[in-house]
Write a protein that binds this ligand. Structure first.
Ligand SMILES: Cc1cc2nc3c(=O)[nH]c(=O)nc-3n(C[C@H](O)[C@H](O)[C@H](O)COP(=O)(O)OP(=O)(O)OC[C@H]3O[C@@H](n4cnc5c(N)ncnc54)[C@H](O)[C@@H]3O)c2cc1C
Ligand code: FES
Ligand code: FES
Length: 488
């Protein structure tokens, strides 16, 4: 653990590379400056346009918000490496035939997003295609030609992405990497760079020791930190000193059932959560509404929680599920309700020697839900308002699915939960008002409950929207949900 190694090793376009570099330097800058790979473009520099997309272990990521330390021991493919493949030639031809390229600035990013999508789903429908490229912006071609190009590749060349034999996925770059060789070299001890210290623990114990000795700043996916500490191109974002990279700690990852709880490891990426079959359907819809694939492939649930943003989209769902956060320090563990963990905008009660280990909740089998996130666009937009309503009937008749406006009059409600995001310093959820809804005998009394929520909703004006707009939208969503529940 005390090995002092400075170099960052990873695989780049099929070759093992090693360089002396600050681990918080953006992968984008390393690729362009250190390796001259200028097919990787910089557009927004904040994870929003996809121009800087590369593949990390076969999945699209935004290299402008990935610290190079995060790719330690992993495989990075840029458009330059991908161009050597048959898959690239199939995409190139289809894009040319569908007229998907004009100035070409965005094209490497779209090609990377296409590879990532087809690798996951070789036969995507239009919705899946649009979702797959939702993190990529094009300012001159228009998306219809790009969607058509991807549909063409999928229709004509899907065999290139299909499993050859059961479980065998075709590698992205033909020359397979010798991963064992690079993994042996990873320094899980201290990496010291220009008076800054970086740690790459591989066990939770090591991570907690480092945290307790030095109060090191944790980096999980880095998608919040890299934007928060953004510097002009080529300069290193300084998230603090020392910094501890958590993504090598296997114990912090994964989704499992434990003692009647569903437990999600803190550094589980949002894209992994999306795939989980054991999570309630509304949770998957919430996650699908966060950012876009390139961000979700690195962003973690723990980062979303610890960030404690009023617009943090996992929070209304976790409040509604009565979730608990599990915190660990050397030799100690504690679990506390999420609402006690979040202390205000950007504030939690975590101590300097603790790490968030997991989040857990008991799965309630809700019959109906309504989830609505209101943002400036569908992908890569923070919530102006979000609303989640969950309902369970005693008879349990209408299973799994979003609320579509049927009348539920006459059915007995066993459980109802309502949460709002981005309309106050923390998530708005009131157990008292939920209890009143449960005991409601006379629909005329629903107005009192709505007035109760109006008193709790206290949004702010910011660049995304006005407080007045937020309040009105939040109350309208509440009325829609209650209207459908009680057929007002
Ligand atoms: C383009 C873009 C779009 C986005 N869209 C959305 C959106 O729609 N909805 C939304 O909610 N968010 C959105 N985000 C914000 C962000 O992606 C999420 O909050 C993400 O889940 C953060 O996870 P991370 O692993 O990247 O966090 P990091 O940046 O690694 O960390 C965030 C904070 O949590 C701390 N931390 C992380 N893990 C731990 C741990 N295990 N223990 C203790 N502390 C820890 C870090 O020190 C840091 O303070 C977006 C971000 C970008 C760049
Ligand atoms: S430069 Fe826009 S997402 Fe990276
Ligand atoms: S082709 Fe010009 S930005 Fe997309």
């Amino acid at each position: 653990m005390a090995r002092d190694k400075r170099n960052i090793h990873f695989y780049l376009n099929g070759k093992r590379v090693s360089l002396l570099v600050d681990p918080l330097k953006r992968l984008l800058d390393v690729l362009r400056e250190n390796f001259g790979l200028t097919g990787v473009k910089e557009g927004c520099g904040e994870g929003e346009c996809g121009a800087c997309s590369v593949l990390l272990d076969g999945k699209v990521v935004n290299s402008c918000i990935v610290p190079v330390g995060y790719v330690y021991g992993r495989e990075v493919i840029t458009i330059e490496g991908y161009k050597t493949t048959e898959r690239y030639r199939a995409i190139e031809e289809a894009f040319a035939r569908s007229g998907a390229v004009q100035c070409g600035f965005c094209t490497p990013g779209f090609v990377m997003a296409t590879e990532s999508l087809l690798r996951e789903n070789p036969h995507p429908g239009e919705e899946a295609i649009r979702e797959g490229i939702s993190g990529n912006l094009c300012r001159c071609t228009g998306y219809v030609s790009i969607v058509n190009g991807i549909r063409m590749v999928a229709e004509q060349s899907s065999r290139l992405w299909e499993e050859k034999e059961e479980g065998e996925i075709v590698p992205v770059v033909s020359k397979a990497s010798n991963r064992a060789e690079v993994l042996e070299d990873i320094p899980f001890g201290n990496t010291h760079y220009e008076s800054h210290n970086y740690f790459f623990p591989e066990t939770l114990r090591e991570a907690l020791e480092i945290r307790s000795r030095m109060g090191a700043i944790p980096v999980a996916g880095g998608t919040d930190l890299m934007v928060k500490y953004k510097k002009p191109a080529g300069l290193v974002p300084r998230a603090g000193d020392p910094v501890i990279f958590l993504n090598g700690v296997e114990e912090l990852r994964g989704i499992k059932r434990v003692d009647g709880f569903i437990e999600i490891g803190a550094t589980t990426e949002l894209s992994e959560i999306l795939k989980s079959e054991i999570l309630p359907p509304f949770m998957r819809e919430v996650i699908r509404g966060i950012a876009a694939p390139g961000v979700r492939n690195t962003a973690t649930i723990g980062g979303n929680i610890c960030n404690a943003s009023p617009a943090g989209d996992t929070l209304p769902a976790l409040y509604s599920l009565d979730a608990q956060v599990v915190l660990a320090s050397v030799g100690a563990r504690r679990a506390l309700p999420i609402e006690s963990f979040i202390a205000g905008p950007g504030k939690t009660v975590i101590s300097d020697d603790e790490l968030l280990v997991s989040i857990r909740f008991r799965n309630v089998d809700f019959d109906r839900y309504m989830y609505k996130k209101v943002g400036t666009r569908k992908a890569n937009a923070l919530s102006k308002v979000s609303f989640l309503g969950l309902i369970k009937f005693s008879s349990g008749v209408l299973k799994d699915g979003n609320s579509r406006g049927e009348s539920f009059a006459g059915k007995e409600i066993e459980d109802i939960r309502i949460a709002f995001g981005a309309v106050g310093p923390v998530v708005v959820r009131s157990r008292e008002l939920e209890r009143r809804l449960l005991s409601l005998k006379d629909f005329a009394m629903i107005g009192e409950v709505i007035t109760g929520y109006e008193a709790l909703i206290n949004p702010i004006d910011d660049q995304r929207s006005t407080a007045e707009y937020r309040r009105e939208v939040a109350i309208n969503l509440l009325k829609k949900f209650l209207g459908e529940m009680y057929y007002l």
